[in-house]
Design a protein around this ligand. Sequence first.
Ligand SMILES: [Zn+2]
Ligand SMILES: [Zn+2]
Length: 206
Amino acid sequence: MKTHPTPVPVEQEPHHHVLWKNDFVEVIRVILPAGESTLFHTHSRDNVAVDLTRTALTFQRLNEPEGQPETATPGKISARASADRPYSHRLRNLGPGTFEAIDVEFFQRPQHPSQAGAATVVAENPSARVYEWSLAPGAATAVHAHEHPYVLLAVTPLRLKTTTADGISSSEDFKAGDWRWGNTKTRHTLANAGSAAGQIVEIEMK
Ligand SMILES: [Zn+2]
Ligand SMILES: [Zn+2]
């Protein structure tokens, strides 16, 4: 029987690049060129992953056969409760594109989770809720409030105009995969100030 190598923690997997971390979260960028595989690696915390590119992938759990091909698409979201049951797997990129994703890992579950989300919840786990907006040029989200810290992520390139409740606006150009940490309670709208359709995701701690 074929034996698999010992999995590494996700941070030590060479295609997973830790961009930033604080006491609450760790933000990891995954970059896996076509034809390449990751090492077997272990996720042992709740996490939210958002795909940024389109390509075909297979997933293989440790000591299991490789799964059927799946399609990664920009904005595809997975939210897993890996703190309950750590899992180890590897990815293989069948191509044709490079696979890129942002993975946010949560260091500890909230002791006093917020009761309500800021917007329509498209995915969640015990640590976080995820909201998603596809915005045509000139379109804006509804006004919404964040009670807890969050990660704002651009799935596509976007000129994003943020307006807070006191009426102050700022605009910023995002590339696909650019993200910002929001650490203060805030009430805002997010608008697409560019000339192309754009997509954003917010990943808010519960
Ligand atoms: Zn993984
Ligand atoms: Zn928001």
